[in-house]
Write a protein of this length. Structure first.
Length: 125
């Protein structure tokens, strides 16, 4: 009998995962507060240094996910219709390549849209 099949192992796993999650959240909060205190000690105002939103970040993620979803859908269609795959696992190379190709096209489209927006701004050379 394997030692990993015992009920004690399952209970220990739950306890360790819970402790690890608590330690991670505690560490993040502790480091955040420590950073703010260091800024206050140096005479800086922590409210002035809020993260600036990146307007094109949402566009980039949206186009990446749309491209990956389109690639996944087209890979499924290719696998079932063009190659008539009878296997349960299909052809994983088609899925990975189509996700990469269409995800890359989404990122390239995002780049082109950002570049066009920056080039169209007045006051730029």
């Amino acid at each position: 009998m394997n030692n990993l099949d015992t009920p004690e192992f399952g209970m220990m796993t739950g306890i360790l995962i819970s402790l690890g999650l608590f330690a991670m959240i505690f560490g993040i909060v502790y480091l955040y507060k420590r950073e703010r205190m260091a800024m206050i000690e140096r005479g800086m105002d922590p409210r002035r240094y809020k993260q600036i939103s990146a307007p094109f970040s949402t566009l980039k993620w949206g186009l990446l996910l749309i491209g990956a979803g389109t690639g996944l859908f087209l890979a499924f269609l290719l696998d079932r219709v063009a190659f008539k795959s009878e296997f349960n696992d299909g052809n994983p190379a088609i899925y990975f390549s189509m996700i990469a190709i269409f995800g890359g096209l989404g990122l390239f489209t995002s780049f082109r849209m950002e570049k066009k927006e920056i080039d169209d701004k007045p006051g730029q050379e």
